[in-house]
Each structure stands twice: as C-alpha cells, then as structure tokens.
Write a new protein. Sequence first.
Length: 355
Amino acid sequence: MNTSNFSISVKKITQSKLPNIDFSKLAFGHIFSDHMFVCDYKDGKWQNPRIEPYAPFLVAPSMSVFHYGQAVFEGMKAYKDDKGNVFLFRPTENYARMNKSCRRMAIPEFPEELFDQGLKTLVTLDKDWVQPGVGNSLYLRPFVIATSEGVQANPATEYRFMIITSPVQSYYTTKEVKVKIADHYSRAANGGFGFAKAAGNYAGQFYPTALAKEEGFQQIIWTDDATHELLEECGTMNVVFRIGNTLVSPPPTERILDGVTRKSVLAVADKLGIDFQSRPITVTELIEAAENGTLQEIFGCGTAAVISPVTAFNYKGKDYQLPTIEKSYASQIKEILINIQYNKAEDPFGWRVKI
Ligand SMILES: *Cc1c(COP(=O)(O)O)cnc(C)c1O
C-alpha cells in the first residue's frame, strides 16, 4: 500500500477542553485530549485516515470485538523538554510490534508509515496536552478492534485503528511493592499469544491479580504455564533481577512480551558496564540468591512507570524481603532513560524522535 501520498483529513474541535483540566490531579488514563486518529479497514484495505474530535461513536451490538476479542494495542508516550519541543521514544519499535501482534490475532497489518504520520499529526495538533517537567507526559494509546457485524466465529473483515491520548503524571513514591510468584495461574502458554499486546492477555490477568491483591500483594510475577519454575514477567511489565552485580532478565519468547523499556534497560546497562544476562531464570535460582544474600534488586520495566522496584516477594506462602540499596541499578538506569526521554542529556543511542 502506497502511503506516501496519503492525506490525513483533520476535523478540529471547536473549543479545547484544555483550560478545564487540573494537571495537578491526574489519575492515570482517565482524561483524554481533544483529538483522536481514526482509520478503517474495509474491502481489503486501510482507508480514510482522519483526525477527529475525541468522542464516543455508535457501534452494533454484534460487533465482532465484543464477542471474540480480536483486539490489539500499543502503549507509548510523548515527552516535552523545557524549550517546548516534543519527543517520542523509539516509536518505530511500537509500529513494528503492533503488526507482530496483529499477525498473531489474524488482524490485517497497519502500514507503519501511516501509523507514523497519523501519530505525529495527532501529537502535533494536541501538543499543548504534553506538559513539560519530568514525570509529565502524554500517554499514547494506539489500538485496533474488529468492527464487522455478526457473531460467526471467524476473523472479522472490517477493523478500526485508532489513537487516543491521555495526559499522565508519574509520582516518585517510596511505597512498598510486594509481589507474589505465580504457582498456579499463568498469563501465557506455549503456542499462545503472550508475546502479543492483545487485549485478552490483560482480561485473563485481572482475576488472579485481584486475588493476589486480596492477599496484600500489588502484582504477580508470572511463571511459565508448564512448570511454574521459569520467571517471566511482573504484572504487565518485563522483569529484571539483580544477583550480585549482574542483571538477569528472561528473554522474550512466545510467552513473554518484547518490551521496548526492557530492551533500553539492557542497552543502558551495557553502556554503564553492568553485566546484563538475557537468559531464563528459575524460581529455584531466585530463592537461592535470596537465601544466600546475593539477591539485590528486582524491578519491572515498561512504558507507563519506566522502572518499578519491587521491595518484597512471596513464594508459596513464604516472604522474602529485598535489601534497601543506595544508588540501585534500577534508579541509575531509570535516571539515564528519563534524561534521554526528556532531552536532558545526549542520546547516544538515537532513541529520541523529535516531532
Ligand atoms: C506493554 C507490556 C510490557 C512493556 O513493554 P514496553 O514496550 O516496555 O512498554 C511488558 N509486558 C507486557 C505483558 C506488556 O503488555
């Protein structure tokens, strides 16, 4: 599909909602900016790319996504520096990953060039929604849903790709994050679609996570479905362990999502001269390290929180406390990533993309 001569039509709102927003009181992902990007798949092709005011739209109760869950999404952010320049972080990774998710869910791939154009046009139009200051950003949510009408269990023939955006803040909290290591439930299986950013992966995670919350844990560290021995992900984030002075993180497989943040943490660690091993790690190895005192850190990584340190974990009813560490690898790496994202430092990796 030739997208270079695609023209995206733009219908602007008559009055911005911006003056009514209290940016000091943002809950994650509840407020949406003025515009959204929309593109429909019909008659075998993506067509009619457009920007419209953010608004509800009318759908049929038989719409395919409601019944069979053909839906994928992405999560990205736009950042603003002190001069008012707006940046994306490694966006081509997200374009490519969305199409990887699409293929697995039998959804037609979306042209990456049009994704890029649509996203940049949208963020430029709503650039005042990107607040400056570290921690502030505009969360970008591209997604695709099956829109065909009818309840036959087949891949849909019509789809809608949309991008909606939401101003968010991340707070520096020092609160406890206790996690439970899964010994029964799993989020992904061999031959399944754990590697895809598919809506259904999240739906399946809510119930076990709610049970863990009742027991006093914030998240679950997911293990492989077959043996529950391999440590895989932390909630909806990739997971990294520090044993001695080595970082260990399970490599992406068909059960593990290939996170952009994880990849970036790996590259930054490498630059800092920290040994980073992308290899399978077992519960047995983790417990041993906790018991012999070599386990230093556990953290989750993902776009929303960048890096979230874990303070304690529980396995089969037994608690293990992590040490408090000054100048943790988590905090050092997080600071470098944030400085790149907010244009406060050189970007030796070429990750920052100015809009
Ligand atoms: C989105 C996601 C991640 C993190 O990916 P990033 O690209 O770093 O935001 C990790 N695990 C799962 C299951 C995810 O859905």
